[in-house]
Design a binder for this molecule. Sequence first.
Ligand SMILES: CCCCCCCCCCCCCC(=O)SCCNC(=O)CCNC(=O)[C@H](O)C(C)(C)COP(=O)(O)OP(=O)(O)OC[C@H]1O[C@@H](n2cnc3c(N)ncnc32)[C@H](O)[C@@H]1OP(=O)(O)O
Length: 193
Amino acid sequence: RSFSSEKDIHKDYAVPNPTWSEDLRLLYEQFMKKCEDGSWERLPSYRQHPAGGCSDFQARHLDPSAMKELTSRARLFTRSFEDGLGFEYVMFCNDAEKRVVCILQGGPHLQGMPGLFHGGAILTIIDATAGMCAKRIGKVVLTANLNVNFKRPIPLCSVVVLNAQLEKAEGRKFFVSCTVHSGDGRTLHTEAT
Ligand SMILES: CCCCCCCCCCCCCC(=O)SCCNC(=O)CCNC(=O)[C@H](O)C(C)(C)COP(=O)(O)OP(=O)(O)OC[C@H]1O[C@@H](n2cnc3c(N)ncnc32)[C@H](O)[C@@H]1OP(=O)(O)O
């Protein structure tokens, strides 16, 4: 299926689709309920960055002529898989508490060791969730340092919950902690700063 259709570019992927498990749907409903009083907000998620969304950042870091050609082909890594095969996730933010929660069902194309989530895939979704937590305050942010302890392996295709918390801000430096728990909250799989 072509990813570059106009419709697809503006499609919000942070909503249920037929590949979602019952566990992910239940977590989604739980968090959508928390959004009712406005304390939590579901964050829409698109395959491509909005045009001009990071123009000053791109001007500083990238060659504009190269960017033009690339932009139409570029995809957000975590949104570049067919439905259900990669990262099925939704992020919710609570700006008052400086928190971002990400509910995630990892697809079969994220395998590392047989039957387990690839460590790089876990790093990716931690980077995106902690990055979003900093971005809620810093607007345009880059990850300078990411330290991770993998405590328990994550079974492939299971549902997990990431909790990112802003711990400290010093000027333009943001310090964020992030944990990955099993969907039932009983197992701490990963912790990161
Ligand atoms: C519209 C957009 C929509 C977006 C949707 C969401 C999509 C999300 C996608 C998900 C994407 C997720 C995000 C991604 O994946 S971002 C991609 C991965 N990250 C990068 O590529 C960043 C590469 N690094 C750099 O560009 C520079 O090194 C940065 C910018 C980070 C700092 O270089 P800069 O020249 O600017 O500043 P500085 O060197 O004077 O340092 C400044 C201060 O920082 C301190 N420091 C520096 N390094 C470290 C370190 N390693 N540990 C601890 N501290 C460190 C340093 O001591 C100093 O502190 P102080 O002495 O001032 O106190």
